[in-house]
Every structure is written in C-alpha cells, then in structure tokens.
Design a protein around this ligand. Structure first.
Ligand code: KIV
Ligand code: NA
Length: 265
C-alpha cells in the first residue's frame, strides 16, 4: 500500500476518483476502517456525541480530541488522519488556533486538522497553514454553531447564505486548504462548489455531485438507532446485532451455559 497524503486526494479529484472518508475515535475501530481501505479517517468532534453522549459537539475538549486522535494514529497505516479542532480551541484568535493545531500534531501524530467556518476564521487558518500544518475546511451545517442556527436542518437554501458559502469555499482554496467538507446543503449547490474549485469537496448530506463522501462510523454501522437523517445509509444494523449477542451472553451466564467444559482450565 501507498500512504494517502493531501496530495493523493487532490490527484484523486483531478482524475475523477471519488474519495472515501469515515470517522473513527479509537484504535480498534480505526484499524478496521483503515484495513477496509477508507482513504481519509476523521477523528471528528462527533466523538462528543457518539463516544461521550453529549447532545452537541461543544463540550469535547482539546485534550479529549488528542486522546482519541492518538489512539487512531496508532492503528492507521494507509489512511490520512484528519483531526477536528474542537469548539473553543481556535475561535478566540489566530495564535490560540495555531497553538491548538500544534498540540494536535505533536501529541497525537495526526496528519491534518479540520476547522469549521469561512471568512470569520481566515486568519487562524492562514496561521496554521503557515506552520506547515494541512487544513481541511468545513462549511454548510457547522455543528459547533448549532446555538446560532437553532436547528440541524439543511443550510444554504437561501441565495444569500449560498453566495457566502461559495465565496468561503473559494477563499479556503485560495489560502491553501487541501480539501473542504460540505455538510447538509442542497446537492445542486454542493456540486456547483465542487466544480468551481480544484481541491476536493467531501460531502455529508450534500449529494453525489461532490468529490467524496463522509459518514460517522457509528451511524453507517447502525449502532445508533435513534438518528435517521435522509442522507444516512445504514450498512449494518449493529444496534440489533450487538443487543442480541450481548443478551445471549447474559442469558448464557444466568443459565450456566457459559462457560462450558472446553472454556475453562
Ligand atoms: O465530527 C464529525 O464527524 C464531522 C463529520 C460529520 C464531517 O465533522
Ligand atoms: Na466535526
């Protein structure tokens, strides 16, 4: 295998090869995701929801993101590991943003960072890029701003927000981001963005006209049966499978079916 780099992703876009991306937050899952051949492994701040059980992504800390990222990095041999900068670790000023990005790179061994937002955080992104740290942008539904939006509904349906999104995407390309995530926006708009810039656009709930797709691993494996947005394709129903298996184990212990003669010393 050849290690995936930010350059490989840009090459994939230029010859029309779609990019696959999934989240992972721990060693065991990251090993599976990497072995299966996923190109980009995102240590998302969605860990705040799926790992820690918070309602939003806001509470997760930089230290917690570094813990998740370092576990993932130890497992991954091929994929590009991108790590989310969590809420509060980059919004106050560019120096703080750079310090946070440096901590992620040094303490986790991740390969790139992702930040939510456009022109509001332009100077912070430039500062991080100047230090030689690759940056992935994230526009559209940006969950760290959920209390500003009020809901998790589709973004940029109005012209004004769509115009700003296109401008932000062009700006992110111009200052040197290697890719952009577009979350939950109309497919036509996402395709228009992907066609107007040369860096890859990875969508989640952004249709098929972009350069790649990302999903949260727990969602696509069906480990979580409460979350069912239209964009989510479930490849397994692990919630049911695991509940069955674990229920069987508990019943076997009660009935003294486990352990058997062969399962003891
Ligand atoms: O945190 C996350 O999982 C993400 C993806 C949904 C893009 O940012
Ligand atoms: Na995220």
């Amino acid at each position: 295998y050849k290690r995936i780099t930010t350059k490989s992703l840009i090459e994939m876009k230029s010859h029309g090869e779609k990019i696959s991306m999934l989240t992972a937050y721990d060693y065991t899952m990251a090993k599976i995701v990497d072995t299966a051949g996923v190109d980009v492994i995102l240590v998302g701040d969605s860990a705040s929801n799926v790992m820690a059980g918070h309602e939003t992504t806001l509470p997760i800390t930089l230290d917690q993101m570094i813990y998740h990222a370092s576990s993932v990095v130890r497992a991954v041999e091929r994929g590009l590991v991108v790590v989310d900068l969590p809420f509060g670790s980059y919004q106050s000023d560019p120096k703080e943003a750079l310090r946070s990005a440096i901590r992620i790179m040094k303490e986790s061994g991740g390969h790139a960072v992702k930040l939510e937002g456009g022109k509001e955080i332009k100077e912070s992104i430039k500062k991080i890029l100047n230090a030689g740290i690759p940056v992935m942008g994230h526009l559209g539904l940006t969950p760290q701003s959920i209390y500003k939006f009020g809901t998790y509904s589709v973004r940029a349906k109005e012209d004004e927000e769509a115009e700003k999104l296109i401008e932000d995407a062009k700006m992110l390309e111009k200052i040197g981001c290697f890719a952009i995530v577009l979350e939950k926006i109309p497919a036509d708009l996402a395709q228009k963005v992907a066609e107007s810039i040369s860096i890859p656009v990875i969508g989640i709930g952004a249709g098929g006209g972009v350069d790649g797709q990302v999903l949260v691993i727990h969602d696509m494996l069906g480990m979580n049966n409460e979350f069912s947005p239209r964009f989510l394709r479930r490849y397994l129903n692990l919630y049911e499978e695991m509940t069955k298996a674990i229920g069987q184990y508990a019943a076997d212990v009660k009935s003294k079916n486990f352990p058997s003669e062969k399962e003891q010393y």
